[in-house]
Design a protein around this ligand. Structure first.
Ligand code: ADP
Ligand code: MG
Length: 686
């Protein structure tokens, strides 16, 4: 039977409804069972009015004590209901005369809705309601599931269809978790779990269901997370079977570079360099992620790793997310590598034709062993002589397609891949989003850094901030002044930066103020950055283009305007631009007038800690995985039922479960992946 016929055999499903179901991605009875409620309404009990709280949803019942049309900003009908414990207002902005009559004083009304703080205390806007003839009209005895639906189909219709499938008791669902594992992890069977989820009985723990932590929901979340995990592991296994060149760690160039450095590696850097060296010395592709807090010295780790490949005569490419950063890497690499006789080339979008042709020639001939660039490196016209290692800096800003493109530039076997995150990723998130990569953590900062002091100041106190900057300039300090994105609008951000630049130039005279932003010509940007680096400019006004990676050790003050517009991890990145030298550094978060109490509390986290991992964890809780991971994997992190934050505690189990399945039940891997990832599997293909 084709999937289509499958649904048509249900009572009440014709061509029209079928089309709507397809729109909801429901193509079979199995899909229908996996079309899960996104929440439940509890209409099984009446909430005493005394215990109502904002945002609560539920049934209230009481006597009408007041009913009046109000003429405020907007005309509305306000009805007051009282029970023995208290009262609540019902507010209607659209109402008929008939409705008005229903709310006669003394009538008993039962209604369902969400409680909100309103003008008359707690109110329910446009509740569903009924006027009761009998006080003891029965309540529902099961929770009401609410399904994601599309136009032209009702909740009730979906409920009835699901019920039909459940009641037909057909075994259309294969249990993919082996009985032994179900028992070991004390999980319900798939059939039982789905039954509860679609049809929660009164005795089921209502609160657990509403919060998504009922064992039935957990069982499905676990299966889904497991499927994602297995898909990443499978992808990894396929890649690991490819052949790559093995590079013995002869350490010639590494030793030369290390002896030329004015400092020693931290223990953490040494450890991570060794982990990478081990990967590179094997004839299967390295798939490694390096995490480290901002300023932990990831660039040096990248260079040392590159040298292991370069000293065997092969090429290394390093991709950076912005031109400023690519250029900075180019300068650093040149300075560190040319004395060792290693030529560096760079490629960015806006080079002149001549510069570009020169770079391309050096890359294809193999003269340049180290190539730095932005996504310009991916273009078809870029041909490498013998690329063997791709390093992706701050990789979460790159889309998966771009990573794939660079990988395909290797001709002598599969390119080794080293990715470095700008933002620390909380462990639980890394476990699920990066299960395909080995992970190294640089968990130590170079010695002698003084922690950055962070303060929160309201925008109104801007004059004081300017004065403080003035004093700092006189003391020979250098300052970043960052203007953040307004409403995702780059033009407006630019305008704000331009204005700030102009006023500061006047206010801080004779100190020199510079401006960099994303729309500038790379040449101009580079010259301003270089002036700042050399101390010719004291205050650098910038848009968020300086967010990642820029390194000017003498800069010790960071002002961020409207920090509330950014994620905490992003703020941490920005703040990490200072505190790189030995002098004490400051960060001032100048928040806007419209920031809520919660917004301010969120910013307090920045004051309390300098630990990127702690901040990332907070960001994850407050803003979700998309924010922490950037573009990377956001597709793959869209779960149907699992919630990476709510289900954090399950993640260690997932890894164990995955290993048991891979070892003992490999035939279940494909069906699991197919069941849960049929829409999103393309994200795991890279
Ligand atoms: P990030 O990890 O944020 O990319 P960078 O690689 O830009 O950090 O390094 C930050 C600064 O620390 C650079 O100026 C770099 O030269 C310096 N640095 C790196 N390793 C050490 C070390 N072991 N000791 C002292 N300074 C170091
Ligand atoms: Mg960096």
């Amino acid at each position: 039977m084709s999937a289509k016929d499958d649904l048509l055999s249900l009572k009440g499903v014709g061509a029209k409804l079928l089309e709507k179901l397809h729109k909801m991605h429901v193509f079979s009875k199995q899909d229908l069972l996996f079309h899960l409620p996104y929440k439940y309404q509890d209409r099984t009990r009446i909430l005493p009015m005394k215990f109502l709280k904002a945002n609560m949803a539920g049934v209230v019942q009481g006597k009408v004590t007041y009913s009046q049309v109000m003429f405020g900003k907007k005309r509305s009908l306000l009805v007051r209901l009282n029970d023995e414990t208290g009262s609540v207002g019902l507010r209607f902005y659209f109402f008929t005369k008939g409705q008005q009559d229903q709310f006669k004083e003394g009538n008993i009304v039962r209604c369902y809705g969400e409680i909100r703080p309103g003008q008359s205390g707690f109110e329910i806007y446009h509740p569903e309601y009924q006027v009761l003839k009998h006080l003891n009209t029965p309540l529902d005895n099961t929770l009401t599931p609410l399904y994601p639906i599309t136009d032209g189909i009702t909740q009730n219709k979906v409920r009835l269809l699901v019920e039909q499938v459940i009641e037909s008791r057909q075994t259309i669902l294969t249990e993919l978790l082996p009985a032994l594992l179900l028992e070991h992890y004390k999980l319900p069977t798939l059939a039982d779990a789905l039954n509860v989820i679609h049809h929660p009985q009164r005795q089921d723990d209502i609160q657990d269901l509403l919060q998504g932590c009922h064992p039935a929901q957990k069982r499905l979340a676990i299966e889904e997370l497991l499927a994602h995990h297995l898909s990443l592991k499978k992808h990894r296994a396929i890649l690991k079977q490819q052949h790559s060149i093995a590079f013995t760690d002869t350490q010639n160039l590494k030793t030369q570079l290390l002896s030329a450095l004015p400092f020693a590696l931290t223990n953490a850097q040494t450890k991570v360099v060794a982990e990478i060296a081990q990967d590179l010395s094997v004839a299967s592709p390295m798939l490694r992620l390096v995490q480290g807090d901002v300023g932990s010295g990831k660039t040096l780790v990248a260079i040392l790793s590159a040298l292991q490949v370069i000293e065997h005569g092969f090429q290394v490419a390093m991709m950076a997310p912005t031109e400023i950063l690519a250029e900075q890497h180019f300068n650093n690499f040149t300075q560190w590598l040319e004395p060792l006789g290693v030529k560096v080339a760079w490629l960015v979008g806006k080079q002149t034709k001549k510069q570009r042709d020169e770079a391309l020639a050096m890359i294809v001939s193999g003269e340049a062993k180290m190539v730095v660039g932005t996504h310009a490196l991916f273009q078809d016209s870029v041909e490498f002589n013998n690329l063997a290692l791709a390093i992706i800096d701050e990789q979460h800003r790159f889309g998966v397609d771009q990573r794939l493109a660079l990988k395909e530039k290797g001709k002598h076997g599969h390119v080794h891949q080293l990715t470095m995150t700008a933002t620390p990723i909380p462990r639980t998130l890394a476990m699920s989003a990066y299960a395909d990569l080995d992970c190294s953590v640089i968990d130590e900062l170079p010695p002698g850094r003084t922690p950055i002091k962070t303060t929160l100041i309201a925008q109104q106190r801007r004059p004081q901030v300017v004065e403080r900057v003035n004093v700092a300039c006189s003391e020979g300090k250098q300052i970043y002044w960052v203007c953040t994105l307004i409403d995702e609008n780059e033009e407006m951000e630019l305008e704000a930066a331009q204005k700030t630049f102009e006023t500061l130039t006047t206010q801080l005279h004779p100190h020199k103020v510079g401006l960099v932003h994303g729309k500038m010509k790379p040449k101009d940007k580079a010259s301003i950055m270089s002036d700042f680096k050399q101390g010719l400019i004291q205050v650098l006004v910038a848009t968020t283009v300086i967010e990642v990676g820029v390194d000017v050790p003498n800069a010790s003050v960071m002002i961020i305007e409207n920090p509330e517009r950014l994620g905490l991890s992003q703020l941490h990145q920005l703040r990490g631009r200072v505190g790189r030298g030995s002098q004490e550094s400051f960060c001032i978060l100048m928040y806007g007038e419209t920031v809520s109490q919660i917004g301010r509390e969120r910013l307090q986290v920045m004051r309390e800690t300098n630990d990127g991992f702690a901040i990332a964890q907070k960001d994850l809780e407050l803003r979700g995985p998309g924010e922490v991971l950037g573009t990377r994997q956001t597709g793959a992190m869209q779960f149907k039922i699992a919630d990476i934050i709510r289900d954090q505690a399950l993640l260690p189990q997932i890894e164990q479960l995955a290993n048991s399945i891979i070892r003992d039940y490999p035939e279940n891997i494909e069906p699991l992946i197919k069941r849960w990832l049929s829409d999103t599997s393309r994200f795991a293909q890279v």
